[in-house]
Write a new protein. Sequence first.
Length: 156
Amino acid sequence: MAASPKKLGELLIEKGLISPSQLDAALLEQTRTKEFLGLTLIRRGVLKEQDLAKALSEQFKLPIITLKDKFLDWDFLKDFDSELIIEHKCFPVSRTDYSLTVAITNPLDVWAIEKAERQAPPGSKVKLVLTSIGDMADAIARYKEYMRKHISDILP
């Protein structure tokens, strides 16, 4: 039987990015807020977004991409619900005949992944890549701006 992956908090402590007391405080707060541990640590100012992305990449063995400077194919993005992108923070990046690649910030967000799988072309496998929270926010802002400017082109 394969060993289970380390928990995020354990990995962050092992890498020297947070202390055990910072983890304990964040976990206590997390029980109240119900938010993702990584977000709690970032909001508390004890972890940087890029460090979280690197740790998640290692934990889940997913590549990291940067959306900030990536060309966004608006015709491609029109094939996806804005809810997938804006609410679920699941940003379609590319597709082939057999796969759809989506950028996410939280690989444990099963609702976002499930929604992406439902919107993938039939027979396609969803491939996940990670991006930082700020990078996702920037891509979503670009998406919203484009949609706002081109809403008349989209609606019948």
